[in-house]
Design a protein around this ligand. Sequence first.
Ligand SMILES: [Zn+2]
Length: 463
Amino acid sequence: MAMPQAMANQLPDLGESSRQYLTDKQEKDIARSIMRDIYSSHQFLADAEVEAYLNKLGSRLVSESSASGRNLTLFVLRDPSINAFALPGGYIGVHTGLIQSAENESELAGVLAHEVAHVSQEHLSRMIAQQERNYLPTLAALAIAVLAARSNANVGSAAIATAQAASIQSQLNFTREHESEADRIGLDILVSAGFDPRGLSSFFNKLERTNRLYDNNAPDYLRTHPLNSQRIADMDGRVEHLPYKQVRDSNEFHLVRARLVAMEDSPEAAVERFKDQIRQKKTPLEAASHYGLALALARQNKYTEAEKEVALAIKSVDSPMLLSLRAELTAQAGNSAQSLNLFQLALGRYPQHKPLVYGYGLNLILAGKSREALSFVSAQTNLWPDDSRLWKLLARANAALGHKLASHAAEAEAMAAEGNIPAALEQINLGIKAGDGNFYDLSAAEARRREWQETLSSDNGKK
Ligand SMILES: [Zn+2]
């Protein structure tokens, strides 16, 4: 790009010696190696509904930021501590503890808006780019060690990691400037997205109180996002000048919280808890208590009772989460034709709701309609090519139809979407060996294999 000489002179030197940002490829490579470990960790909560809710919230926030249009991926870790963290590549991890401890949706949105600001300001990219070049793979590896050590203090092998982890941790922590920038921009994002700005300041104050109680065992969030009295004062000062705004929590906020209780507690305890809430009318949203009760009953295989509860919830609240559970329960109760009908009706109204897409695809396969499943799911993979759940469904539909190459090729795509290139190569090799594809499918598979081989050898080259 041509520009006047005077202006060019003011620009910083962007030569090799002073890289400020990672390239897209570097960021993707780092993200891939971190996410591969996260997807396979036992803490990763593979729950399509919770993910769908968080990703909708995330895209509502990012569309109000300077990174509008950027793809974010929010994922959930089963961890009672209050934390959320941004990773390279637009990934944002959210602990179940944060979702459960938020007093309202604006608080949760406030914390996520702060993380979105770290992403939109490319803080991580800048921080990592400033490290030595040959340090990049080590950094990615240690980021994982830090994540692991952080959430499981009792791991024996953590001993080795700890010394290194501590030094890396300090480099992964955002600087004071980054923190105040993320606070300021996060607050703007939160307000533009229509949430109550007090969400962020009330959360900060709550963390600060917790911190005093814990003394030197600070909540995780405070270790990665150092909080000081200046930050709290700045935030309170900004919020003070904003007009008061009453914001109603979305139904999904309450449904997701009920879902986490229903799935994480023992089913017996969850059933008692929701029955109590309904009996004593002590519930922020009665439909959410019926939904939680339905889920807990389903875990006890009491499908007819569960269906009654979800029907009660649907009477007062319109949500794709409820429609999805009703269709699922109908299938569990053995009425597959009616279930498929319910999925179709719900998809007609909420075509973007991924759990409905997965549910419909899976139930088509289970009902022996694999050909229909194949055409439905493959159209969905065109819309969402990075969705490993869709690829796994496609693999299953193909396997049911006896298509070996196509099944392994879809399984390979699922592995690649989760960052696991060696497993993707293993699957694509099995597919090519199966020898049941036509010339066109076979060349497509071989082309994909070459791409993954190149990715792998460039990864090895870095080490
Ligand atoms: Zn931060």
